[in-house]
Design a protein around this ligand. Structure first.
Ligand SMILES: NC(=O)c1ccc[n+]([C@@H]2O[C@H](COP(=O)([O-])OP(=O)(O)OC[C@H]3O[C@@H](n4cnc5c(N)ncnc54)[C@H](O)[C@@H]3O)[C@@H](O)[C@H]2O)c1
Length: 298
């Protein structure tokens, strides 16, 4: 690599027009909004999601709006054999990809005494092994193809910061961050950029379905706390726009809201205030859990 190559890299995908773009988790939330935004820019979409019916609906709507969906198939990203078959079909029917976006994910929170093995496994299998399966089945062909491209991995604010009760989710999302940070340098020589998306609150079905081990989500106190999360949430369309902007400019860290950018900056520059804030947040969660348990036993 020349000194110039070490210092700068032209964005490999400055426009999505005519590019083959794979999006996982495309039936809902951020994945679906990103698919719509990429379609509006003229991308050729390859879409997947575990929810077959919702994926069919999403594809029908994208096509009705003039988008180009070159291939779609429902499946589980946690199932390596399925991802391999999916990749073989995509390569045979569409060809080598330009952009790979790992968006599919699930969320479960809980304290260590409440998190059961199934939840720990689910976070790692879907949120970490899912993106790994997609990367191992699609990215080597991009490397061999020599045309460059972009890999987008959706992590979370919980992939940067130590939020209360997020041990299992953060294990998966910090994992995604770690592999992205290494691939960012490994893939650079192949002109494949890497973007790590770290959303804060985004108003999607995930927020409604997040599984909190040992806590009844229907409790009014929890409903109010989820409502406060919603109040700070950006829309999935805003998140999609931030993601596509990150692709066009080959940004490594992609934030969907300024609060996470600020929190990450504080965690790196102001270690003690960050630690105190995390202790206080943990205390607040603990108080909420006690209040919920108390209101359930009366
Ligand atoms: N919504 C938020 O506030 C938020 C915050 C931080 C990070 N994220 C991350 O953003 C990504 C998208 O989340 P979202 O909010 O759009 O959620 P969502 O639930 O609206 O969409 C996720 C999609 O992934 C699909 N999916 C789930 N498991 C799958 C599997 N095993 N195989 C294939 N598809 C699967 C679901 O069917 C769904 O369509 C996730 O990785 C999530 O962790 C979301």
């Amino acid at each position: 690599m020349s000194l110039r190559d070490l210092l700068t890299m032209r964005p490999p995908v400055p426009s999505l027009r005519g590019r083959r773009v794979l999006i996982t988790g495309a039936a809902g939330g951020i994945g679906r909004a990103t698919a719509a935004a990429a379609a509006a820019e003229g991308a050729q979409l390859i879409l997947t999601d575990i929810a077959a019916d919702a994926l069919d609906v999403a594809v029908a709507e994208l096509v009705a709006d003039g988008g180009e969906v070159a291939f779609h198939r429902a499946g589980d990203v946690a199932d390596h054999a399925w991802v391999q078959r999916f990749a073989d079909q995509v390569t045979a029917e569409v060809g080598v990809l330009d952009v790979v976006m790992n968006v599919a994910g699930v969320s479960a929170w809980g304290t260590v005494e409440n998190l059961d093995h199934e939840r720990w496994r689910r976070m790692i299998d879907i949120n970490l092994m899912g993106p790994i399966h997609i990367i191992e089945c699609f990215v080597p062909q991009m490397v061999r193809g020599g045309r460059g491209g972009q890999l987008v991995n959706v992590s979370s604010a919980a992939g940067l910061l130590a939020f209360p009760w997020h041990a299992a989710y953060s294990a998966s999302k910090f994992g995604v961050r770690g592999l992205s940070e290494v691939l960012r340098y490994d893939l650079r020589r192949h002109r494949i950029g890497v973007s790590l998306v770290c959303p804060g609150a985004v108003a999607t079905p995930l927020v409604e379905t997040v599984d909190i081990a040992g806590i009844d989500r229907d409790n009014p106190k929890i409903r109010r706390a989820v409502g406060r999360f919603h109040d700070r949430a950006v829309s999935s369309e805003q998140a999609a726009e931030a993601i596509l902007n990150g692709v066009r400019r080959n940004h490594f860290l992609v934030f969907t809201s300024p609060d996470v950018r600020f929190g990450y900056w504080v965690s790196r520059k102001w270690a003690l205030p960050y630690e105190i804030a995390m202790r206080a947040a943990n205390d607040q969660f603990d108080r909420l859990a006690r209040a919920v348990t108390a209101s359930e036993t009366v």
